[in-house]
Ligand binder design. Structure first.
Ligand SMILES: NC(=O)c1ccc[n+]([C@@H]2O[C@H](COP(=O)([O-])OP(=O)(O)OC[C@H]3O[C@@H](n4cnc5c(N)ncnc54)[C@H](OP(=O)(O)O)[C@@H]3O)[C@@H](O)[C@H]2O)c1
Length: 222
């Protein structure tokens, strides 16, 4: 349960972690020893999802709490509420998130009619609403929910572009992403994250055209 330098692993809260994207992330991190809390608007729903994930992994460390309580109990929070609830969720959790790193996984793209969203990025909007007491990091917008749940112990063939104004916060999140079996690349500040959100529109279009569900991002030349 600790890093090699004997620092305890940070507590993670997956806010809106009861849907499609959150549980796969929770399982990947919990299975490598991170303390993970599933957040929901409803405590019972969070507890139910946590119990299901614990059962799948054969552990009992994943907790379920209401989103605000989950955020307060964590050091790093990951926002995976449905994209249409992004604004209201950020506003509602403003006080609970102070002092935290917030990983914003939001891609404002409609699966049925994929189009790139317009600036500013969801993560930039979150940073503006939350203020300087929260360090927002945009990441994971291009990692499909169903691949996260596969091969939990293995590496995923998926590059994760990480955008943040605060490079130290980005590095903490990149470490987390690597621990979850993905490759993380620093990709500029929060304004760049709108392009990363837009890549989700490209990936959905590739999947539809080629009849697959596995299109992913790769980075070469570094
Ligand atoms: N699905 C993917 O493959 C994928 C991939 C990459 C990134 N993402 C991003 O991850 C985020 C979550 O996607 P998802 O597919 O997991 O979404 P989802 O399953 O549709 O919903 C996630 C959770 O959002 C919460 N929620 C719903 N309405 C809400 C509201 N009005 N206020 C607050 N919370 C609300 C629900 O939790 P409770 O009812 O428990 O509160 C729900 O379980 C999105 O921003 C999406 O762009 C998704």
């Amino acid at each position: 349960m600790s890093k090699s330098n004997n620092q305890p692993l940070p507590v993670l809260a997956i806010l809106g972690g009861t849907g499609k994207e959150g549980p796969g992330l929770a399982m990947r991190w919990a299975s490598t020893g991170y303390p993970v809390i599933i957040g929901s608007r409803l405590t019972e729903k969070a507890e139910r999802t946590a119990a299901e994930l614990n059962e799948k992994l054969g552990i009992d460390s994943i907790q379920g709490l209401e989103n605000g309580a989950a955020a307060r109990a964590a050091e790093i929070c990951v926002l995976t509420v449905v994209h249409t609830a992004h604004k209201s969720a950020v506003e509602g959790l403003r006080e609970d998130l102070q002092g935290k790193i917030l990983v914003d996984a939001t891609a404002r793209v409609d699966f049925r009619d994929p189009k790139p969203p317009t600036p500013p990025s969801a993560a930039r909007m979150a940073q503006d609403k939350l203020g300087p007491g929260v360090r927002v990091v945009a990441a994971l917008q291009n990692v499909p929910a169903h691949i996260l749940k596969r091969n939990l112990e293995g590496r995923l063939d998926s590059a994760v572009l990480v955008c943040a104004d605060d490079v130290e916060a980005a590095e903490r999140v990149m470490e987390l992403i690597e621990a979850g079996g993905m490759r993380a690349y620093f990709a500029g500040d929060l304004d760049n994250a709108v392009v990363v959100e837009g890549l989700t529109s490209i990936l959905i279009s590739l999947n539809k055209h080629y009849g697959v569900k596995t299109a992913s991002i790769g980075v070469t030349g570094l």
